[in-house]
Design a binder for this molecule. Structure first.
Ligand code: SAH
Ligand code: SF4
Ligand code: F3S
Length: 465
């Protein structure tokens, strides 16, 4: 047998990219490629890039700087090294990447990576293909398990793309340009993929989409199904013990989603619902098309449906025109919601987006100072949330070996990592863990008795009260 061809895929950015990276590896496995962590020795290197902020976009060029040396020594030894730039920088910059980094062989956008086998053939013939036209056919059809049966399990949890693209056009954001218009994957394809994963031993699926709750896919009955209805269907698949979904938009929370949270014990009480800012003025300038009050009402309705629901968010500080007064409203919403965690970013002007051309850009030192204050508020809320877990018992899905020998790490319903002493044979089990200690990055637990399983976490997290 000839030696396996080595593939190195590096993923940046969101879960959508992580999912796409896995599908690229699956697709190429059929062509005899085996993944390696060592880029230096790979025959094929794929950078699956992110364009969301300037720093993210620049990472690709610094990585290509490193790769240049490896490619030169591979060629000196008579080995081929093919370099692919995929993902959102590929979509946004196209040909420009070949000009800035001539070592790149293929540029392929996020809607076109199912063309990779054909693009590799072209590269082998000496072409440098740039494939960023939004493909007429759906990449979802090409990655369907039925089409190749190639989707491989990587652990007891898995992402499943259900929706892609965005029609919202927030004024700061590149996603509608890099990922294109909203499209939803048909229900039957999603169910086939989840069943396939369940058979392979996956216990938890996270349905992902740029605006996952805007999902409106074709059902087996020919009608349009909502995310709430899709969740009900996924909950019927045996073997799947936990379901999550991300990322949601506050405008797209509908009754069917609330009903799913009310009715499905498998649906985890944990919602990433980015608000971006607490100021109505800034929200309007961002074109979020909801106010602070609308957001608070959505959170209240969710808590009505699922009283132990924990919330997380994304925030942007220093959006053009943001005053100290606007920023304080962001600080107060953090405390008002009592987030279990959140990501916060300094506004980064992105070429071609409306906000980049707005007057009143906020100076960098002001952004830095606001980011530090916001992070302190988020950390304080996260610590309070974790502290409330001390002494309670949480269900933990055991995922992999933990930090110390004999320890496993898993996730609570609220996505907190929990370290617990148990043998590796328990990976994939959901166990009740009594939380004994709160660490900086994870909780520590011990196996609790199987008694009082019923509403273990029910009353725990009525946050903000
Ligand atoms: N679709 C999701 C997430 C999109 S990108 C949503 O609507 O929430 C993830 C996060 O990156 C966003 O929530 C936002 O907080 C941040 N982000 C997007 N564009 C940005 C920019 N130009 N500068 C700084 N942060 C940005
Ligand atoms: Fe970007 Fe807004 Fe769409 Fe989210 S909803 S992807 S922030 S444009
Ligand atoms: Fe980045 Fe593209 Fe995701 S810009 S955040 S990789 S959709």
């Amino acid at each position: 047998m000839s030696e396996a061809r080595k593939l190195h895929v590096k993923s940046y950015g969101c879960q959508m990219n992580a999912y796409d990276s896995q599908r690229m590896a699956d697709l190429l496995a059929e062509r005899g490629f085996v993944e390696t962590a060592a880029a230096e020795t790979a025959e094929l290197v794929i950078l699956n890039t992110c364009h969301i902020r300037e720093k993210a976009a620049e990472k690709v060029y610094s990585e290509l700087g490193r790769i240049r040396k490896w490619k030169a020594s591979a060629e000196a030894e008579g080995r081929r090294m093919t370099i692919v730039v995929a993902g959102c920088v590929a979509q946004a910059e196209g040909e420009e990447i070949l000009r800035r980094a001539p070592l790149v062989d293929i540029v392929v956008g996020p809607q076109n990576y199912h063309h990779l086998p054909a693009l590799l053939d072209r590269a082998e013939r000496g072409d440098k293909p740039v494939d960023t036209e939004f493909a007429a056919e759906s990449k979802f059809d090409a990655i369907e398990p039925a089409a190749g049966g190639a989707i491989r399990r990587r652990g007891v949890t898995a992402f499943v793309t259900v929706q892609e693209g965005c029609d919202k056009f927030c004024t700061f954001c590149v996603v509608p340009y890099t990922r294109g218009a909203e499209i939803s994957r048909p229900i039957e394809q999603i169910i086939a993929e989840v069943k396939h994963l369940a058979r392979a031993g996956v216990r938890e699926v996270t349905l992902i989409g740029q605006n996952v709750n805007a999902y409106h896919g074709e059902g087996p009955d020919g009608r349009t199904w909502t995310l709430g209805r899709l969740l009900q269907r996924v909950a019927e698949i045996s073997g799947i013990a936990r379901i999550r979904y991300t990322t949601s938009h506050p405008r797209d929370v509908d009754d069917s989603l609330l009903a799913a949270h009310r009715e499905l014990p498998q649906l985890m009480p944990c919602l990433h619902l980015p608000v971006q800012s607490g100021s109505d003025r800034v929200l309007a300038a961002m074109n979020r098309r909801h106010g602070r009050g609308d957001y608070l009402r959505v959170v209240a309705r969710m808590r009505e449906a699922r009283p132990d629901m924990a919330f997380s968010s994304d925030f942007i500080v220093g959006f053009p025109g943001e005053t100290e007064c606007d920023f304080r409203e962001t600080l107060t919403i953090v405390d008002e919601i009592g987030y279990a965690g959140a990501f916060s970013f300094k506004y980064s002007p992105r070429p071609g987006t409306p906000a980049a051309a707005m007057a009143d850009q906020v100076p960098e030192p002001v952004k830095n100072e606001r980011l530090a204050r916001l992070q302190a508020a988020i950390d304080r809320n996260q610590a309070a949330f974790n502290a409330r877990c001390l002494g309670t018992t949480l269900d933990v899905l055991l995922e992999k070996p933990g930090r110390r020998p004999g320890q496993l790490v898993g996730r609570s319903p609220y996505l907190q990592p929990v370290q617990i002493m148990l043998p590796e044979s328990r990976i994939g089990d959901i166990v009740p863990a009594a939380v004994t200690e709160i660490g900086a990055n994870s909780l520590f637990g011990s196996l609790a008795g199987e008694t009082s399983r019923s509403d273990r976490s029910a009353s725990l997290l009525a946050v903000g009260s």
